[in-house]
Design a protein around this ligand. Structure first.
Ligand code: BJW
Ligand code: ZN
Length: 238
């Protein structure tokens, strides 16, 4: 049975790499992007998640991110985040997350690479200095204490490169693992969506957990269709 196969793969894995997306935080009450009712149903991507949008209307972009910060600050890690933190305690494991909400870290995961940045960091548009000590509701507009220039969310928008250090760690973990799990992502945004192909090409098993099939489903050893918060805890215990 799939569940037994997945339990065995996880138990026997020494180097586990996990890619997560917005679906893993859905059961914490946070909206995904592309599901019905998701963020991109209510906002146009090009109005809030591109560098051009920020240049054109930084107030609108900051209002969008203040809403996201407010929601994320009220959210709690769910059983899926907690199960991953439990698995990490027993082995070498890296979580590559596309999420910016910080819920993996709050669940206790230590080895987390934030591929698309963080809601909790602001970056200066001039000196690139990072600011972490803003109130949840950031004053509109926020400015750098050093150079007085505008601060932006430290988030990777469309058309922007991922941090070289993040992509290096992600490729290294994907290339060295003996098991890869991909959880709650539509796998439509690159380069993150290509990471599961790195282990798959080497014959390393990929386990997927998603509410619906994705383009990755055909390369997976095991594909669970359902909620991450219900399936992941079952994979931990017999
Ligand atoms: C559940 C569930 C439950 C629900 N349990 N499951 C190659 C080919 C084509 C295009 C490109 C390419 N390479 C690059 C591009 C362009 C672009 C791109 O990929 N576009 C595509 C749309 C085609 N990529 C980029 O621009 C990236 N940059 C880049 O490549 O730079 C290159 C460069 C080099 C040098 C100089 C300059 C540039 C950057 C991408 C940044 C993405 N940023 C965003 C927005 C951040 C804003 C914010 O958060 O506020 O990150 S986009 C948005 O999508 C967000 C997410 O992290 C990302 C992924 O979404 P995710 O997590 O998969 O969510 P959903 O909603 O799509 O899916 C949720 C899933 O969960 C669904 O499948 C549900 O079924 C499931 N689910 N509930 C389990 N309970
Ligand atoms: Zn500055």
């Amino acid at each position: 049975m799939d569940i037994e196969k997945a339990r065995k793969l996880i138990r026997e894995s020494a180097n586990l790499c996990v890619l997560t997306g917005a679906g893993i935080s859905a059961e914490s009450g946070l909206s995904t992007f592309r599901d019905s009712g998701g963020l991109w149903n209510n906002y146009h991507v090009e109005q809030v998640a591109t560098p051009e949008a920020f240049r054109k209307d930084p107030r609108l972009v900051w209002r969008f991110y203040n809403e996201r910060r407010k929601n994320a600050s009220k959210a709690e890690p769910n059983p899926a985040h907690i199960a991953l933190a439990e698995i990490e305690a027993g082995k070498n494991m890296v979580i590559l997350t596309q999420n910016v909400d910080g819920l993996h870290q709050r669940a206790g995961s230590k080895n987390v690479v934030e591929l698309h940045g963080s809601l909790w960091k602001l970056r200066c548009t001039e000196c690139s200095g990072i600011c972490r000590d803003m109130p949840v509701e950031v004053p509109i507009l926020p400015y750098c204490v050093k150079c007085k220039e505008l601060l932006r969310p430290d988030i990777v928008w469309f058309g922007e490169p991922l941090q070289p250090d993040s992509i290096r760690k992600a490729e290294e973990a994907s290339g060295n693992c003996d098991l890869f799990m991909v959880i709650g992502t539509s796998a439509r945004v690159y380069p993150a969506a290509a990471l599961p192909l790195i282990p798959a090409r080497r014959g390393v098993p990929v386990i997927e957990i998603n509410k619906e099939p994705t383009q990755l489903s055909e390369i997976t050893a095991v594909s669970f269709i359902g909620k991450a918060g219900e399936i992941l805890p079952k994979l931990l215990r017999d």
